[in-house]
Design a protein around this ligand. Structure first.
Ligand code: ATP
Length: 619
């Protein structure tokens, strides 16, 4: 009997660039079930079994609110090569969301990351390197961990799929699927790409000459050779979950963001949803978790990898406090795994799907996805050395737009970071705290008579010195925290940064307009206005410092310390802007500013300029 089934797609997914049109499900390939084959239901030697629940679309849950738990996750990263800036980008997005939530509400919240360590590629890479898979995994996993520590990613959990706790969770998960009758054994036949560990359809392969000039079939996407393969696998009854998945998405628009990716998944679910191959023959894949009770099969690496989120939550014993508070940050290349297979697998074992899936696009090099396999990668550690940790964090989060791919090049980093961090933000702090302009070194007083309260400048008494644009500034900064939070909640961190920068520029305009360096301190009226201009500027900077903590934690700390804002005064409950303007006392007025008068953010130099200077040439 020949059936149609689906396969877990490659790690090299068909998503090339931009959401929407280029995203497609891997079409089905044929499965041959030999006559007389009986399905074997093998007793799983596994452990705890979660309670049975009927297949149904789970209730919709709110993704935010005061005092709610969250379990933010990055993808776990495959250890077939050292990390590049694409991996760092995923981790930074999750880190910024996690930090932002921590400032917004007490939590409790967690941020989990880690490494995906099983599979044929690792088995082969270890053999080629003359080492063992465990040694190779430990080494590369360490590189990811070190990178995230260096990048100030505030992870609370780091999971490795080779850990015993994970093996137990995966085997228990498998047993739960089997108990519910959702797995069956079947024969698969198709083009198999060993390096990519997946079957490919006819449409995904092409013919190219090999090294000897003989024609051979290769994967269109990765270029790796494929072989016609027939093997017996376990299949997951994914097709039974088409309707529950559709219901889950209906009326739950924010579960996948940004919106274009939600639409992509909805379109996928309108197509045929065939069953899924979820194991590989052990004779081909030994470096993986064995199927419980069947020594001939290894659990497919993607099922193994996805269950990591449950392992972190404490599955199978103690996950109830943390599941389903999961918010997954993933690259669009693995959207299908997270938005279709993973929710279906969860529903299958009676668990709710994740609360939210935040999807981002790719960093590209000359239009091509940066990837370990292609080798066109940029080393994040070298970037930290060149642009500083905060400079590079800022660049990736400010420049990366989840809906669109972004081409990476060095000049862009230098230009953006210099203009926004060194000049606009750092320059403003420097100007308003300079001893020439604020010799006493204190947070100056605000004068209501100079800056009269009024929602409209037309109402302002002639004695006030504030201008229409100054009231616009106050309105913008007043509104900024809400705007920033809204952007974060909608996974548009780049827009949050854009609006902060717009306010920083507005503040520079305010400072420039009133030229406090021209005001005379010896004249009481002038001094009153001078102090007010400085007070307003410092208040603006205080708000920017608090809001920037999730993105540039070290620089924000430096800025807030210079403004004498204590660590316990840096949460989002401290975001009341310019309380004196609103007739309330300010805890900062009259406080001595912090002692560190150094540059907030040093200007970066272009490599060309550095080289010329080294040779004694004038740029
Ligand atoms: N170029 C990229 N831009 C943005 N994110 C990326 C990029 N490459 C990888 N990621 C992130 O890392 C996750 C895992 O990627 P993976 O380990 O497959 O990286 P890769 O370099 O594409 O590896 P390979 O070449 O082996 O497929 C992605 O889902 C995504 O979250």
């Amino acid at each position: 009997m020949v059936r149609q089934g689906s396969l877990l797609a490659s790690r090299h997914s068909p998503l090339a660039s931009g959401p929407g049109c280029e995203v497609s499900l891997v079409p089905p390939v044929s499965i041959v079930r030999p006559p007389g084959l009986t399905m074997r239901w093998l007793p799983a030697r596994c452990l705890l079994r979660p309670p049975r629940r009927p297949l149904a679309a789970p209730p919709r849950r709110r993704s935010s609110g005061p005092g709610r738990r969250w379990l933010l996750t990055t993808p776990i990263f495959y250890v077939n090569g050292p990390p590049h800036i694409g991996h760092l980008y995923s981790a930074l997005l999750a880190d910024a969301l996690h930090r932002h939530r921590g400032l917004l509400r007490p939590g409790p919240g967690r941020l989990a990351t880690g490494t995906d360590e099983h599979g044929l590629k690792i088995q082969q890479a270890a053999a080629a390197a003359g080492t063992s898979p465990p040694e190779l995994c430990a080494q590369v996993s360490g590189l990811f961990r070190d990178l995230f520590c260096r990048a100030a990613v505030s992870f609370t959990d780091f999971i490795r799929t080779t850990e015993p706790r994970h093996r137990r969770a995966v085997q228990c998960f498998w047993a739960a699927l089997q108990d519910r009758g959702l797995l069956y054994k079947d024969f698969y036949e198709g083009w198999y790409c060993t390096p990519d560990e997946c079957f490919l359809t006819q449409a995904q392969i092409t013919e190219r000459p090999d090294a000897q000039g003989r024609p051979c079939k290769v994967s269109l996407e990765s270029g790796h050779q494929v072989h016609w393969t027939k093997e017996e696998n376990y299949m997951f009854k994914l097709s039974e979950f088409q309707e529950p998945l559709q219901k889950w998405l209906q009326g739950n628009r924010h579960v996948i963001s940004p919106e274009p990716f939600y639409q992509v998944v909805r379109r996928w679910l309108e197509e045929d949803l065939p069953d899924l191959s979820v194991s590989r023959e052990r004779s081909r894949l030994q470096w993986g978790i064995p199927v419980p009770g069947d020594s001939t099969q290894t659990i497919y690496v993607w099922v193994d990898a996805l269950v990591n989120y449950l392992t972190v939550a404490g599955y199978p014993d103690a996950h109830h406090a943390w599941w389903p508070t999961a918010h997954h940050v993933v690259g669009k290349d693995i959207l299908k795994f997270h938005a279709i297979y993973w929710p279906a697998l969860l529903m299958a074992v009676g668990l709710d799907p994740p609360e939210q899936i935040c999807v981002h696009s790719h960093w590209t090099v000359h239009g091509q996805k940066m990837s370990k396999s292609l080798g066109n990668v940029v080393d994040p550690v070298a970037c930290f050395k060149q642009y500083t940790v905060d400079g590079f964090r800022y660049f990736l989060l400010r420049q990366g737009v989840p809906e669109r791919d972004c081409d990476y090049y060095e000049e862009k980093v230098i230009k953006l970071v210099n203009s926004e961090l060194a000049d606009a933000l750092g320059g403003l702090l420097n100007r308003c705290t300079a001893s020439s302009i604020n010799p006493s070194g204190i947070y100056p007083h605000f004068s209501e008579s100079c800056f009269r309260k009024g929602s409209d400048h037309v109402d302002v008494e002639p004695s006030g010195r504030a201008l229409a644009e100054d009231y616009e500034l106050v309105a913008s900064v007043d509104h900024l925290p809400l705007q920033v939070t809204d952007y974060f909640e909608h996974f548009q961190i780049y827009k949050a940064l854009e609006s902060i920068v717009a306010c920083v520029r507005q503040t520079n305009g305010f400072f420039q307009r009133h030229a406090p360096w021209k005001l005379c301190r010896d004249n009481p009226a002038e001094k009153c206005w001078l102090d007010t201009v400085l007070h307003v500027t410092l208040e603006c900077l205080r708000i920017y410092g608090i809001l920037l903590q999730p993105v540039i934690p070290a620089t924000a700390d430096k800025l807030l310390s210079r403004l004498a804002v204590k660590p316990e005064e840096r949460t989002f409950t401290d975001l009341t802007f310019l309380p004196r303007y609103h007739g309330k006392p300010s805890p900062f007025e009259g406080r001595r500013l912090g002692p560190d008068m150094g540059t907030l953010f040093p200007r970066l130099e272009t490599p060309g300029r550095r080289r010329m200077e080294t040779k004694g040439l004038r740029p």
